[in-house]
Design a protein around this ligand. Sequence first.
Ligand code: FAD
Length: 518
Amino acid sequence: MSSKIAFIGAGIATSYTLIPFLDNFDKEKRTFLELYIVDKSADFFKGMPYGDRSGKSVLLIQDLKNFISEPHRTHFKNWLNQNVEGLAQEFTEHGGHYALDWVKKNSPFYNKGEWDNLYIPRFFFGKYIEQEVLQRIEKLEAKNRLSIHYIKKETVSITKKQEEFKLVFKDGAHLLVDKVILSIGSLPYKELYKKPIKNDLKSLYIKEPYGVGMEENMSQIVNFVKTRNAKKLPTKIAVLGANASGLEMIYKICDKLPLEDYNTSFSTLSSHGVMPDGTFEPEKANSFKPKHLMDLAKKENITAKEISEATHKDIDEAEALEIGAATSVGIISKGFGALLPKLGEKELLNFACFYGNQIGRRQRCAGNHYLSVVDELSKRNRFQHIKGRFLQLQENENGLEVSYSSTDKNSEKMKDSEDFHIVVNCLGSVNLMAEDLSPLLKGLITEGLCTPNPSQIGFHIDEKMQASENLFVAGPLLAGNQIEDKIFWHLEHCVRIIWSSNVLSKNLWASLSEKVAV
Ligand SMILES: Cc1cc2nc3c(=O)[nH]c(=O)nc-3n(C[C@H](O)[C@H](O)[C@H](O)COP(=O)(O)OP(=O)(O)OC[C@H]3O[C@@H](n4cnc5c(N)ncnc54)[C@H](O)[C@@H]3O)c2cc1C
């Protein structure tokens, strides 16, 4: 058996496909494989969140027990225990005073091997997962059973002629392979502003948090604020989107530019007007019941829409009782999760494509280490949350003007705007229908190799996880699908990536065996 397989994108979706795949291959005695690992960045096997583009001073969104499933978690914790000293040192070297606080607060726990409740630096996981993949590759290479090629290039098109895929890279080079795994992570960020900035002292626009790299963004922000500070000018910063990336940007800016020394103020803009929540309140959790979901459970024939409506009513009630997402998310997820088996196949997919993400957006959680920065800003009256939907951005004589339509019921104005000096776009991704979709994705759709499913954020796949014959999909682009007995409206959480990538590795393996049988 010989087959040329290309993985486009080398994040953790590829790593967790390769790990079981190579383990399986190692047990098979007679075969040889040729693998091509393509990534436009140098973050091979770590990907965007856990590699250099995110930097070495940012934390996981969840605590470790919710980030990674067993048996992987125990394995990772053993590795952490062996390496923690060097890792903590690297972390403090790259972070500011908040990184030192993190070590001071968390070392009593991790020194005893108690990792489960900690929100650990993301690069710890990146280092671990890279080693896990490389060990397997080196073992098979030493046995002359695997030939692996690393291609650090952007793939701009994939076409298929007869049985062969042609991958074309940004520099014009190309590659022919038998199978492709499309594993390029989440869809690209929305482009909000394309014009050049006219006034470098008054306006700075950060078009996405991680694209050029978090550290590069930070150095631009730091230089900008320092220049203004030297002229005794205050800096108003708008973070568009109150999600984990938005929170991370605020944390990073305050870590680099201590609040005592720099005259900064922050605003976030989001339609729900709520920041992620980090405090679990056991008493409230004990008393809160998702009544609407419980009532729906008594009904026989239900639809995805009814589950969604009941869930939103229960979230409304939790909010009215001032019960935050960190407390209600488990109860509400359990409530609607128990109703999903009542749905038929079509309604299940409706839930995955249309309703799941809307619920997720109202139930965002984060760690208190990040959130304490927002609390500190609020206490100093240097933070506001604008409840609204972004309309447009333009440069004016004061800086950058953000216009939005208000989603605040108490607001008298339908539309409003405010001027800022720095605007950071954390508004999230385009969908697969967007005009400014990347040439790679546009081409895959027009060539008929991939078809968007109704979620518009994922591609339709068959039962083997192929978008079309021998073109497999991994990671977030699987949203809006059923895989085995599970539906997915969102495939970014590491636990789901591990699970789906494991299924993919089995399908990929089976497809190689099919080739032998022919
Ligand atoms: C900043 C950030 C923090 C996150 N934190 C968490 C967390 O704490 N917990 C959690 O569970 N999830 C988190 N996530 C969700 C995250 O999506 C998943 O955890 C996971 O990393 C996704 O893995 P992936 O391999 O699918 O994508 P990625 O890690 O994005 O990897 C895809 C790779 O494809 C490459 N690529 C893209 N297009 C091309 C192309 N055309 N040609 C060549 N290469 C290409 C990219 O360079 C990238 O390296 C976070 C996401 C982000 C962005």
